[in-house]
Design a protein around this ligand. Structure first.
Ligand code: NAP
Length: 247
């Protein structure tokens, strides 16, 4: 039970990759606090799935782009479990369009949820981790941060920003026992990618050397590795989980 006695905060834990990360950490014995944007039924289902593994869970409604909401989320986690050892910044959205057709609102919403949300959570949680002199922060970037993608100027900007923030905070916290790393998933089968046309899915699969799309659990295993004590000497890194897509 490598996460026994530890508490993890996973943003966007109600569905997809975030849900898989909650379960992976719970399987290792962690208490899990997850937040969600609006899908309470899915969040409660994740809570039940975590509890079925014998771990404790708390779901909190919180828009990660709202500073007061994030402060409330962190307060609820600490009141319930006393500490936060692991933060996984997973919450994210897409609003895809070609630049010429992309509205300013679509740019702002994606950057607010994906980039500012991670900033607010890291700011709130790193204070606790500094006092504890222990912490693991794992941020969800994307293969599109490394390669770009037509129709995703907003999303790619937010995910490339995640890499810059990860490396910068890693330097700030390295001497205090807190590591900050990122995972960069490729094409993972979740609600986020289910909306894409079949032609886009087939094209994506063709560009993956392993010739298959990834599953949420592929990313969860990598995130759990970076959140564990086995990754104690790894910080500021970006781990691609993409079947070789970004090589
Ligand atoms: P998903 O299935 O669409 O789930 C998104 C999750 O984020 C949901 O739990 C959602 O909550 C939550 N969320 C969205 N906006 C939020 C906000 N403002 N505040 C709090 N929670 C919010 O997405 P996914 O595919 O699992 O993606 C998870 C992460 O991996 C994202 O950061 C995504 O960019 C990244 N990623 C995904 C892929 C992929 O191929 N799927 C590839 C690379 C990177 P509700 O359930 O309440 O809506």
């Amino acid at each position: 039970m490598k996460f026994e006695g530890k508490t993890a905060l996973v943003t966007g834990g109600s569905r997809g990759i975030g849900r898989a990360i909650c379960l992976e950490l719970a399987e290792g014995g962690a208490n899990v606090v997850l937040c969600y944007a609006g899908n309470e039924a899915a969040a409660q289902e994740t809570v039940q799935a975590v509890e079925a593994l014998g771990a404790k869970a708390l779901a909190v409604h919180c828009d990660v782009s709202d500073a007061a909401g994030v402060d409330g989320l962190v307060k609820a986690a600490v009141e319930t479990f006393g500490r936060i050892d692991i933060l996984v910044n997973n919450a994210g959205i897409t609003r895809d369009n070609l630049l010429m057709r992309m509205s300013e609102a679509d740019f702002d919403q994606v950057v607010a949820a994906n980039l500012k949300g991670a900033f607010l959570c890291m700011k709130a949680v790193s204070k606790l981790m500094l006092k504890q002199r222990y912490g693991r922060i794992v941020n969800l970037s994307s293969v599109v941060a490394l390669r770009g993608n037509a129709g995703q100027v907003n999303y790619a900007a937010s995910k490339a920003g995640i890499i810059g923030m990860t490396k910068s905070l890693a330097k700030e916290l390295a001497s205090r026992g807190v590591t900050v790393n990122a995972v960069a998933p490729g094409f993972i089968e979740t609600d986020m990618t289910a909306a894409l046309p079949e032609a886009a899915r087939t094209a994506a699969q063709g560009s993956i050397p392993m010739n298959r799309l990834g599953g949420p659990e592929d990313v969860a295993k990598a995130a759990a590795f970076l959140a564990g004590d086995g990754a104690a000497y790894i910080t500021g890194q970006v781990l691609a989980v993409d079947g070789g897509m970004s090589m």
